[in-house]
Design a protein around this ligand. Structure first.
Ligand SMILES: Nc1ncnc2c1ncn2[C@@H]1O[C@H](COP(=O)(O)OP(=O)(O)OP(=O)(O)O)[C@@H](O)[C@H]1O
Length: 541
């Protein structure tokens, strides 16, 4: 994921890296000038002063550009990631998305994306300071190669300890990330379940104390342990630096003729090198946190199969005949280790026909609707539309045949679905038909408000389905929360009007007094279509 982001903004990345490296080099040059000024005689100093001033200005400019460019990169990366994740989620296979759940997606879009963007803020610090440290080591090598080798040995020793601690810390941060994904689900429950939590004190207490806070604490504990390990390894690294400085200054530098020059050089280089080294040690953990988050985002999006056939096929505009031949679908329930099997289902739909799908709770009506409209590809059997078999490559085009109001429908702020010139006019006509004209208007392609009752919002969803003007409409218990007047309007006015318009309509319903209005009644029981003779009333199956 990080590599992908770096590739996406290669030019900016290169410029920012060059600016960081230039800043590092200028820093090292500056220390060399200071050392030269300390040990040179008066007449050479004027030349050194000009060089010093030039390098100081170059350092300021390169630091500025590197920080600005990396800030830009960070924001760019954040926007890019959010775009990327949103697109992947929008295009993901629906069944897979149901399994992943919204908490993981929310976590990836917010915290993980921010962590990854933070990587680009840490990167210039890491780059600049690496150059400074490497430059200082080279300068040390020029002053004394024995001490240089010593420094390398100490750095090697420090790195091993640092690395081992890091491996453990990253594992802890990874566990913290998984817990955090769960935590985002609990945050959602905090608002989605606001009513239930207020009405039931023991439930509220248990949820807050045992579920939410336990999860908050879990993230805190794992993060604290992970980050503490980083701090411990950072302190270990810092200790080694000072141990090395002490060793060189008090033990290794003998009393040779060059002693003052070498000692001044070392003292300067060390003092100069300590801050970059510390900055390096502090910023590597942040980069690692970004890596953990990037891996999470990578996992979420990589095993998110795209919807089939989104790029191909023109959407069908006509329905002549839709046939389900022995289609099946199964849900595996992990906790109870059982499977819900729907089908095999054989059904045919034609334009201008109102079909009622009825059955007890959990009999598989919604699942059958999802199969019919192509949200679930059939695990067995076939779907044929107008003599053409629906397969992976044309499934997305096939889905464009339907308008559905599911029982857990979502209303978008804008009426995105119907780019037509008379959208406002037609929308307001339909609102009036459903007695909503005094509550809400369609203005500039959007509903003026959504602050309505659930039944009223469902009427808005019906307006949207009308405006989409698709050949096949599916209503999943649309009338369930409507008052008797609107049940009458729905069953006796809306459905016949849709029939007259030549639409095929599948109505999932529990309103048995309206069953005789169906052209055909399809009854499901435990995932199986009931035999025709078992249903009284309208024509069956
Ligand atoms: N996303 C899912 N994951 C796993 N199992 C599911 C899922 N959705 C439904 N099921 C299971 O499939 C079975 C059928 O569910 P479905 O929602 O299709 O029934 P239904 O007839 O529409 O019920 P209701 O009248 O209550 O809406 C149920 O036993 C349910 O447990």
């Amino acid at each position: 994921m990080l590599a992908y982001l770096i590739r996406r903004s290669r030019g900016l990345m290169l410029a920012a890296t060059l600016a960081s490296v230039a800043a590092g080099l200028c820093s090292v040059l500056l220390i060399a000038q200071i050392n030269a000024a300390l040990t040179s005689d008066a007449e050479n100093r004027a030349g050194i002063a000009w060089l010093f001033a030039a390098v100081a200005v170059a350092l300021m400019l390169s630091r500025m550009s590197s920080a600005v460019l990396f800030e830009r990169l960070g924001q760019h990366a954040l926007a890019e990631l959010r775009r990327f994740i949103s697109r992947r989620v929008a295009a993901a296979d629906y069944r897979h998305l149901e399994r992943v759940g919204s908490a993981r997606v929310q976590s990836a879009l917010s915290e993980h994306s921010t962590n990854v963007a933070q990587f680009f803020v840490s990167l210039p610090v890491i780059l600049t300071n690496t150059v400074v440290v490497v430059g200082c080591l080279c300068y040390l090598a020029l002053l004394s190669w024995q001490i240089f080798l010593m420094a390398i040995a100490v750095i090697g020793l420090g790195s091993i300890g640092y690395h081992l601690a890091h491996l453990r810390a990253i594992r802890l941060l990874d566990q913290a990330s998984s817990e955090q994904d769960r935590l985002f689900g609990h945050f959602r429950a905090l608002t989605d379940g606001a009513k239930e939590l207020r009405l039931n004190r023991p439930k509220r207490g248990a949820f807050i104390g045992e579920v939410l806070e336990a999860s908050i604490d879990g993230v805190r504990r794992l993060r604290t342990r992970g980050m503490s390990l980083f701090v411990v390894s950072t302190s270990w690294g810092q200790f080694l630096i000072y141990a090395f400085i002490g060793l060189v200054l008090f033990v290794l530098v003998g009393g040779g003729p060059d002693q003052t020059r070498v000692m001044t050089g070392f003292a300067l280089v060390f003092v100069f090198m300590v801050t970059p080294l510390e900055a390096l040690l502090m910023n590597i953990p942040r980069a690692n946190l970004a890596r953990v988050s990037a891996t999470r985002i990578g996992e979420l999006t990589a095993d998110m199969p795209g919807m089939e056939g989104t790029a191909e096929g023109t959407a069908p505009t006509r329905l002549e005949r839709l046939v389900l031949k022995g289609v099946t679908h199964g849900y595996y329930h992990e906790q109870s280790d059982d499977v819900f099997e729907l089908g095999p289902i054989d059904l045919t739909f034609e334009p201008g026909e109102i079909v009622f799908l009825v059955g007890g709770n959990g009999s598989g009506k919604t699942t059958l609707a999802k199969l019919l409209v192509g949200l679930y590809p059939p695990e067995g059997g076939e779907i044929w539309l107008n003599g053409e078999r629906i397969e992976a490559h044309n499934r997305d085009a096939y889905r464009q045949l339907f308008s559905v109001v599911f029982s857990d429908f979502h209303l978008f702020e804008r009426l995105l679905e119907a780019p037509r010139a008379d959208l406002d006019e037609e929308g307001n006509r339909l609102l009036a038909k459903l007695h909503l004209q005094h509550k809400v208007r369609v203005e500039n392609g959007a509903f003026s408000t959504q602050a309505l009752s659930q039944g009223q919002r469902k009427r808005l969803a019906l307006v949207v389905a009308y405006l989409e003007d698709r050949p096949f409409l599916v209503f999943d218990e649309w009338a369930a929360d409507q008052e008797p007047l609107f049940k009458e309007v729905f069953y006796r006015e809306v459905l016949p009007e849709l029939k007259r318009m030549g639409k095929a309509v599948l109505v999932i319903s529990h309103d048995d007094r309206y069953f005789p209005l169906a052209d055909r009644l399809v009854r499901l029981e435990s995932g199986k279509l009931l035999a025709a003779e078992a249903v009284a009333g309208a024509e069956v199956v």
